[in-house]
Design a protein around this ligand. Structure first.
Ligand SMILES: NC(=O)c1ccc[n+]([C@@H]2O[C@H](COP(=O)([O-])OP(=O)(O)OC[C@H]3O[C@@H](n4cnc5c(N)ncnc54)[C@H](OP(=O)(O)O)[C@@H]3O)[C@@H](O)[C@H]2O)c1
Length: 317
C-alpha cells in the first residue's frame, strides 16, 4: 500500500505515518510545507521503516501554485496510489489571514487545496490494485454559508476550522456520490472523527491560558497521543478493497474497539450543497487541469451533470 499523508510532519498525520511505516508492506509519502521538517520526519520514519519506503513532497497548501507543482511531482514519481489521508490543517490562529490566492487561509489549507490535490490524483487511486481510498480527517463541527465562505466578517479561528470541516464533509460525500455509480473503478471516500482530542502540535501554538486548560484536560484523560491516534486509524488505510468500499460515503469514529457511524449531520446532508461547493471550488481553484479532472468524472457518469448549480456570489472578494 502506498499512502499519501498531507500534514505528515506533525500531529495526527505524523501519528498515522509512524503507525503505517511500522508495517513492512506500506510505503508512506509525506506532503508538508517545510523541506527541513520533511527531511527530519523522513529520517525518523526511515528508522522505523526502510528509507525506500518513505519520501517527502514539499507543498505549502496555502499556495495553489505549490499544489500544482506537488501534483506534477507525485504523478512523475508514482504511477498509482492506494490512499490519501486528507489531514493537514490549521487550527488556532490569532487573526484572519488571506493567502496569496486571495482566499481565507483556513478555507484554503484545510479544504480547497485538498480538493485540488485530490481531484488531480484520483486516476492514480483508480489505478490501485488494492482499492483506492481517501480518508478525511473530519469532525462534526461548524457551519458553512455559501454567502460567506471567506469569513470576511465575524472571523474567529473556531468558525474558520468549522467551515473547513463542513467543506470536507460536503466534498467526500460528493466524491462518494460520483464514484457510487461506477463500481468498476471505484474509489472509497470516508470521513473519520477521532474519538478523543489528540495531543498534537496544536498545543505548542495555542495561547498559554488555552494550554493550561488543555493540560488539565490531559490529566483528566481527555487526550490521546498521536501514536494512539495513528494505531487507531491505520486499518482504514490498509484494509482490503471490499472492507474499504463498504465504508465509503460514511462518517466514522472509533467506539468500543470498532469503527462505527457517527450519525447523520444535517449541516452536510443536502446533495445540492455537495454539488454547489464542488462547482464553487472549481472556480476558486481556477485551474484548467482540475476542471478537466472534474469533467472526466462527470463524463463517465450518467446521473450527474457536468456542471451543476452555479452560484455566482460565493464570497470571494
Ligand atoms: N488534534 C485533534 O484532536 C484533532 C481532532 C480532530 C480533527 N483534527 C484535525 O486534524 C488535522 C491535523 O491537526 P493536528 O491536531 O494533528 O494539528 P498539528 O499537529 O498542528 O498538525 C497539522 C499538520 O498540518 C500541516 N500544515 C499546516 N499548514 C499547512 C500548509 N499550509 N501546508 C502544508 N501543511 C500544513 C502542519 O505542518 P507543519 O508540521 O509544518 O506545522 C502539520 O503537519 C487538522 O485538520 C485538525 O483540524 C484534529
Amino acid at each position: 500500500m502506498k499512502v499519501l499523508i498531507t500534514g505528515g510532519t506533525n500531529g495526527m498525520g505524523l501519528g498515522v505515518a509512524r503507525a503505517l511505516a511500522a508495517q513492512s508492506a506500506v510505503e508512506v509519502v509525506i506532503l508538508g510545507r517545510s523541506e527541513e521538517l520533511g527531511k527530519h520526519t523522513c529520517d525518523a520514519l526511515a528508522r522505523i521503516a526502510t528509507p525506500e519506503r518513505v519520501s517527502f513532497v514539499r507543498c505549502d497548501l496555502a499556495r495553489l501554485r505549490d499544489v500544482r507543482a506537488a501534483v506534477d511531482e507525485i504523478r512523475n514519481r508514482h504511477p498509482s496510489l492506494d490512499a490519501i489521508f486528507v489531514n493537514a490543517g490549521l487550527g488556532y490562529a490569532p487573526r484572519r489571514v488571506e493567502t496569496e490566492d486571495g482566499l481565507l487561509e483556513h478555507f484554503q489549507v484545510n479544504y480547497l487545496a485538498h480538493f485540488m490535490l485530490t481531484l488531480n490524483l484520483l486516476d492514480l487511486l483508480e489505478a490501485s490494485a488494492h482499492g483506492g481510498r481517501v480518508v478525511f480527517n473530519a469532525t462534526q463541527v461548524g457551519e458553512l454559508s455559501f454567502d460567506n465562505l471567506q469569513l470576511e466578517e465575524k472571523w474567529s479561528f473556531e468558525v474558520a476550522v468549522g467551515l473547513g470541516m463542513v467543506a470536507k464533509h460536503l466534498f467526500y460525500k460528493q466524491l462518494h456520490k460520483l464514484y457510487g455509480s461506477r463500481p468498476q473503478t471505484s474509489v472509497s471516500c470516508l470521513g473519520f472523527q477521532i474519538h478523543k482530542t489528540v495531543w498534537s502540535n496544536q498545543l505548542n501554538i495555542i495561547p498559554r491560558p488555552m494550554k493550561a486548560i488543555a493540560t488539565v484536560m490531559k490529566w483528566l484523560g481527555r487526550f490521546i497521543s498521536i501514536d494512539e491516534c495513528g494505531t487507531t486509524m491505520a486499518p482504514l488505510f490498509t484494509e482490503d478493497k471490499v472492507a474499504s468500499h463498504a465504508r465509503s460515503g460514511r462518517f466514522l469514529t472509533w467506539s468500543r474497539g470498532v469503527f462505527s457511524d457517527v450519525g447523520v449531520d444535517p449541516s452536510s446532508d443536502d446533495p445540492q450543497d455537495w454539488q454547489q461547493l464542488w462547482d464553487i471550488s472549481l472556480d476558486l481553484c481556477g485551474d484548467e487541469r482540475t476542471r478537466q479532472c472534474a469533467a472526466r468524472l462527470a463524463r463517465e457518469l450518467t446521473d450527474v451533470p457536468e456542471s451543476g448549480l452555479r452560484e455566482k456570489n460565493h464570497g470571494k472578494s
